[in-house]
Design a protein around this ligand. Structure first.
Ligand SMILES: *Cc1c(COP(=O)(O)O)cnc(C)c1O
Length: 374
C-alpha cells in the first residue's frame, strides 16, 4: 500500500486518499434488500445527522452519484417552481448551481464576487431587502475552486433575518470544519471528501419541515429528494440500486472519524497540513491569490512561478514520479495549481510533497516559485 507513481497520494479536491481499512471494507458484495445492509444505511444516515451537533429536527437523505447530484436534488426539490434562488458565487460550484437553475427554468439571481473575495453578507442583505420574491439563498461554504472560505454564519444570519430558506453546499468542509450553530434548510455534502470515504453518493442533511414541504417540487425523477426521503422513511431502502460498497466504506470511514476524535480533531490535522504546506511553499517564494484570513485548511491555490522554464504538465509528472498527485487551479484570471490538505494524509506527507516540489523545480532549472507580480 506504499504510494507510487501508479498509486499516488491524492493531494486533490477529491476523490482523496482513503485508509487501507476503508478500502478493505469494500471487499464484500451486499444485497440492497438484505436486513444487514438496510441497518448499515440507517446507521450511516443517523451518524451523518449526528455530525451536525444537537439538532434533532434533521434528517439525512443520501443520493446516488457524485456531490453534484446531491446538490441538484436538493436545490431542485426544496425550491418550488414558483420560488426564486439567490446564489452567492465566487467560483465554479456557485456558478454550477446557477447552471442547474437554468436547466430547470427556475428563477434565480447570482450575487457574484471575485474568486479571491468571499461572499458579501451586506450585499445579500440589500438584495433580499430589494427583492421580496427571492425564497431561498444558496451558498458554498468552502469554494473548492480556490479553497476560499465564505462567511456562512453571517450569511445564515442575514437570510434568517429576512425569513428566507438557506441551502449550504458544504461538500468540501463537512466532517472537518464545524458548521456552527446556524440554521439551514439543507446542508449538502458527499462521501468522498473530508469524511474520507470513497466516491459514489452525496447526501443532504435537511430540516424535517423543509423535506415535508418538498413534495412534488422536483424537476427530475431520480433526483427527487422528497421521494428518496419518503422511501427511506417507509422501509429503510434506497429507491434505486444503492452504491453498496460505498455505503459500507463510509460506515467504516465514520468509525475512523470517531477514533480520530471527531470533526474537531480531523480539522486540526488538516489545519496542521495546511500550516506545513503553506509555510514550505512560501519558503520557496510561491504566492497564493487567496488572503490568509480566508484560506481554508481544505485546498491551497498557487500562482505559477514567473520563471519561463516552469512547465505545469512537466511539473505534475515529476511530482507523480515521486508519488504525489496535484491538480491544476480553476482560477479564471491567472494560471494556478492546487495542492490539497485533506484525505488520509498528514504533516509528513506535506513535508514529502514540499521536497518533491523543490526537486521538480531544480529538475526544470526553475530558481524559485516567485510569481510574475512579486
Ligand atoms: C466536490 C464539490 C462538489 C461536487 O462535485 P462532484 O464532482 O460532483 O463530486 C460541489 N461543491 C463543492 C464545493 C465541492 O467541493
Amino acid at each position: 500500500m506504499t504510494p507510487s507513481a501508479d498509486d499516488p497520494l491524492l493531494l486533490t479536491p477529491g476523490p482523496l486518499t482513503t485508509s487501507p481499512v476503508t478500502k478493505q471494507a469494500m471487499l464484500r458484495d451486499r444485497g440492497s434488500r438484505e436486513p444487514d445492509f438496510i441497518a448499515t444505511t440507517a446507521r450511516v444516515r443517523r451518524r451523518l445527522v449526528e455530525l451536525m451537533g444537537e439538532a434533532s429536527d434533521l434528517t439525512c437523505v443520501p443520493v446516488q452519484g457524485s456531490g453534484t447530484f446531491a446538490v441538484e436534488a436538493t436545490l431542485g426539490s426544496l425550491v418550488p417552481a414558483s420560488g426564486k434562488v439567490l446564489i452567492l458565487s465566487n467560483g465554479v460550484y456557485g456558478r454550477r448551481m446557477a447552471t442547474m437553475c437554468r436547466y430547470w427554468g427556475r428563477a434565480h439571481v447570482v450575487l457574484e464576487t471575485e474568486e479571491s473575495v468571499p461572499n458579501d453578507p451586506e450585499a445579500l442583505d440589500q438584495a433580499l431587502g430589494d427583492d421580496l420574491s427571492i425564497t431561498h439563498v444558496a451558498v458554498v461554504h468552502c469554494e473548492t475552486t480556490t479553497g476560499i472560505m465564505n462567511p456562512v454564519g453571517e450569511i445564515a444570519e442575514v437570510t434568517a433575518d429576512h425569513g428566507r430558506g438557506l441551502i449550504v453546499d458544504a461538500m468540501s468542509t463537512f466532517g472537518a470544519l464545524e458548521l456552527g450553530s446556524y440554521t439551514a434548510d439543507a446542508v449538502v455534502a458527499s462521501a468522498n471528501k473530508c469524511l474520507e470515504g470513497v466516491p459514489g453518493f452525496g447526501f443532504a442533511i435537511v430540516r424535517q419541515q423543509a423535506i415535508q414541504n418538498a413534495k412534488g417540487n422536483a424537476p427530475s425523477l431520480s433526483l427527487d429528494l422528497y421521494e428518496q426521503w419518503a422511501q427511506f422513511e417507509a422501509d429503510g431502502q434506497w429507491r434505486f440500486t444503492p452504491p453498496t460498497h460505498v455505503v459500507t466504506a463510509l460506515d467504516q470511514a465514520l468509525d475512523e472519524l470517531t477514533e480520530e476524535g471527531g470533526v474537531k480533531s480531523r480539522g486540526e490535522r488538516y489545519r496542521q497540513n495546511r500550516e506545513v504546506l503553506v509555510s514550505g511553499m512560501r519558503d520557496m517564494r510561491f504566492a497564493s491569490p487567496i488572503p490568509d484570513a480566508v484560506q481554508s485548511p481544505i485546498i491551497t491555490t498557487w500562482y505559477y512561478p514567473k520563471d519561463s522554464r516552469f512547465d505545469f504538465p512537466g511539473f505534475c509528472e515529476l511530482l507523480r514520479l515521486r508519488s504525489y498527485a496535484i491538480y491544476p487551479g480553476k482560477l479564471t484570471q491567472s494560471p494556478t495549481f492546487r495542492i490539497g490538505c485533506i484525505g488520509r494524509v498528514d504533516a509528513d506527507d506535506m513535508r514529502g510533497v514540499l521536497a518533491a516540489v523543490r526537486t521538480a523545480l531544480d529538475a526544470m532549472g526553475v530558481v524559485d516559485g516567485a510569481p510574475p507580480t512579486a
